[in-house]
Design a protein around this ligand. Structure first.
Ligand code: NAP
Length: 492
């Protein structure tokens, strides 16, 4: 940690908080080093903000609320559309910033993360123009209509794996609905949220509508969730942190949305189109180095297809190019932090203690180049022969590690899929339509993809069951979360 942003090199970019439309230093003057995962070296400084900075942000958001909440939806919509346009204009700059900050391949940031951030703003900018108010007529007695009013100041907290993608997935519906917000990105990946302040200013977003406070979960995240004037919290992150957020918010009766961890099953029946199942499973296993909450880390393959699947899948996995995230040909970039690589290593060791065999991967690769010689890399890894209910198969690794297990019967694999504390997402590969419907209905996950993975329509409910979360995001679910329904009853 350094004071007043002075780094050893003295040259690093200094990220600032964004409060009331201005970039400002943290009140305490403290900064943390922000490490580039591909090099393992600090390259910028991030504010180590505290409760005082959150206090300023909440005050700015409170001040902005009356004006913004009364701004006509059409005007709010125009500003959000401008934000989307500016994100698209700045695609190259933002994608490069996201890739450097997270270690993800530049191509992924360019093709997925940043375009999706623009889509999030565009989607909610137009969604608020097409809402309907419910009305209920009480026979001969009264007429009711429902108003959906903005809540006030909301807290938005997001993780490091898809930084701008996930933060904008909260910011866009929150401010589209007329709320004002205090947002906190992960301290590991602060850069694109920092740049978003500039974008919002250029788009004409009134001061104080969006405030971004950088820093740790312990200091900033908990100050946001505990703040009495923050009336709702939308949180995406790990299950353990989600529990803390819930514990803080419950006695304060705050509205809470929790999008948490996953240990998602990926089920391949023998009648599946195997080429499609292998290509799809490679994506669902290793996209973003396996650091997507929706990644299918438990693969189950019906016995007649098992050997062929394992052979072809491990061959393809071994061919994935791990490299410098900024190089065009790279398919697997760096893991976000040293701590996360250590966690991946721990689980690969544990898998072997639990009887698993490493079919491919299992260790860090040779340094991709001189620049990346101290970076945080790990080869995509496939484990076979694990007992179905061992720790490796139950706990979220959140890295490029999957297990493959055979099964014989449909009921057996449904049991395997559901025998887990998490319930976020699943995939089913089969050409039997009846089976697809039957299995989809019985799996306890918030999303079931059939013959695909990560196909996202922003209108559908998104979220998890069991320890994967509470509530849903997306479409009307988000519009409802960020508004309070009020019934007005008029006597006839
Ligand atoms: P995390 O450690 O739970 O952190 C998430 C966010 O919460 C970060 O901004 C973090 O700040 C902050 N935070 C930490 N402690 C807090 C506290 N006491 N109060 C309030 N905020 C606090 O999760 P992560 O390691 O960043 O992300 C990985 C996890 O996110 C995985 O479990 C993954 O499955 C989950 N995830 C879920 C979804 C979904 O849609 N369900 C999507 C993506 C990721 P700092 O980072 O600065 O500590």
């Amino acid at each position: 940690m350094t004071e007043k942003g002075q780094s050893a090199a003295g040259e690093q970019v200094r990220i600032l908080n964004f409060i009331d439309g201005e970039y400002v230093e943290p009140i305490g003057g403290k900064y943390l080093e922000n490490i580039e995962p591909a090099t393992g070296k600090p390259y910028s400084l991030v504010p180590d903000s505290d409760q005082r900075d959150v206090e300023l942000a909440v005050s700015a958001a409170q001040k902005a609320f009356p004006g913004w909440s009364r701004t006509p939806a059409a005007d709010r919509s125009r500003i959000l559309l401008r934000i989307a346009d500016l994100i698209e204009r700045d695609l190259d700059k933002l994608a490069r910033a996201e890739s450097i900050d997270t270690g993800k391949p530049l191509s992924l940031a360019r093709n997925l993360d940043i375009p999706r951030a623009a889509s999030n703003f565009r989607f909610f900018a137009t969604a608020i123009l097409h809402t309907e108010n419910e009305a209920h007529v009480t026979d001969g007695v009264a007429f009711n209509y429902t108003l959906r009013l903005p809540l006030g100041v909301v807290g938005l907290i997001s993780p490091w794996n898809l930084p701008l993608y996930l933060l904008s997935w909260k910011i866009a519906p929150a401010i589209a609905c007329g709320n004002t917000a205090v947002a906190k990105p992960s301290e590991l990946t602060p850069m694109t949220a920092y740049l978003l302040g500039e974008t919002c200013r250029e788009a004409g977003l009134p001061n104080g509508v969006l405030n971004i406070i950088q820093g740790t979960g312990q200091n900033v995240g908990s100050a946001i969730t505990a703040h009495p004037k923050v009336v709702a919290v939308s949180f995406t992150g790990g299950t353990v942190t989600g529990r803390k957020v819930a514990e803080t918010c419950a006695p304060l009766f705050k509205k809470v949305s929790l999008e948490l961890g996953g240990k998602n099953p990926n089920i391949v029946f023998a009648d599946a189109d195997l080429d499609a199942a292998i290509t799809g499973s490679l994506r669902s296993s290793f996209a973003n180095q396996g650091q997507v909450c929706l990644c299918g880390s438990r693969i189950f393959v019906e016995r007649p297809a098992y050997e062929t699947f394992v052979q072809r899948f491990t061959d393809e996995t071994g061919r994935l190019k791990v490299g410098d995230p900024l190089e065009k040909s790279t398919e697997q970039g760096a893991i976000v932090s040293k701590v996360q690589v250590e966690k991946v290593k721990f689980y690969v060791d544990l898998a072997q203690h639990e009887g698993g065999k490493v079919a491919v991967g299992g260790s860090p690769p040779a340094a991709p180049n001189e620049r990346c010689k101290d970076g945080f890399f790990f080869c995509p890894t496939v484990i076979t022969d694990l007992p179905v209910s061992c720790r490796t198969n139950r706990e979220e690794i959140f890295g490029p590690v999957v297990s493959i297990t055979p099964f014989d019967r449909e009921e057996e694999v449904i049991h395997y899929a559901n025998d887990c504390d998490y319930g976020l997402a699943s995939s089913v590969w089969t050409q039997n339509l009846n089976r697809a419907h039957r299995v989809a209905e019985q799996i306890h996950t918030g999303t079931v993809w059939v013959n695909c993975w990560l196909v996202r329509d922003l209108r559908v409910p998104f979220g998890g069951m069991k320890q994967s979360g509470v509530g849903r995001e997306g479409g009307n679910e988000a519009l409802h979360f960020f508004t309070e329904p009020k019934n007005v009853c008029i006597a006839k």
